[in-house]
Design a protein around this ligand. Structure first.
Ligand code: MG
Length: 125
């Protein structure tokens, strides 16, 4: 199980890494969307990608759009992580086939429930 964590906040990356490692996932962090796309273009494969929506430079939504356009890692589940409650943004994320949506702030239990909804076998126990 490998997870790519994409967030401009180091605090949030570390928080998510800590949680996911407790669930038994290896984690790779990217501090911006372009770095994440570079990893994927470089052939790295992940089971799950957690993407912050609000990042300077390329947004999480644009990152997701490019990921889909380029057909990168099609088996990978993508969960958007955001404080954004704007309905249009959420609908756009679904248009680009985000698999799940996690609203900040979230609890450890809330995160785990979302991971289980994604149907990643390692999280279903
Ligand atoms: Mg952010």
């Amino acid at each position: 199980m490998r997870t790519l964590i994409v967030d401009d906040s180091q605090f949030m990356r570390h928080y998510l890494r800590n949680e996911l490692e407790r669930f038994g996932s290896d984690c790779v962090e990217a501090g911006d969307a372009q770095s994440a796309l570079d990893l994927l273009h470089g052939g790295e494969c992940f089971d799950l990608m957690l993407v912050d929506l609000n990042m300077p430079g390329m947004s999480g939504l644009e990152c997701l759009r490019r990921l889909r356009d380029d057909g990168l890692d099609p088996e990978m589940k993508v969960m958007m992580v955001t404080t954004e409650s704007d309905r249009e943004v959420m609908e756009a994320a679904l248009t680009f086939r985000a698999d799940e949506y996690l609203m900040k702030p979230f609890s450890s239990q809330g995160l785990r429930e979302k991971l289980m909804l994604l149907g990643i076998p390692e999280f279903v126990y």
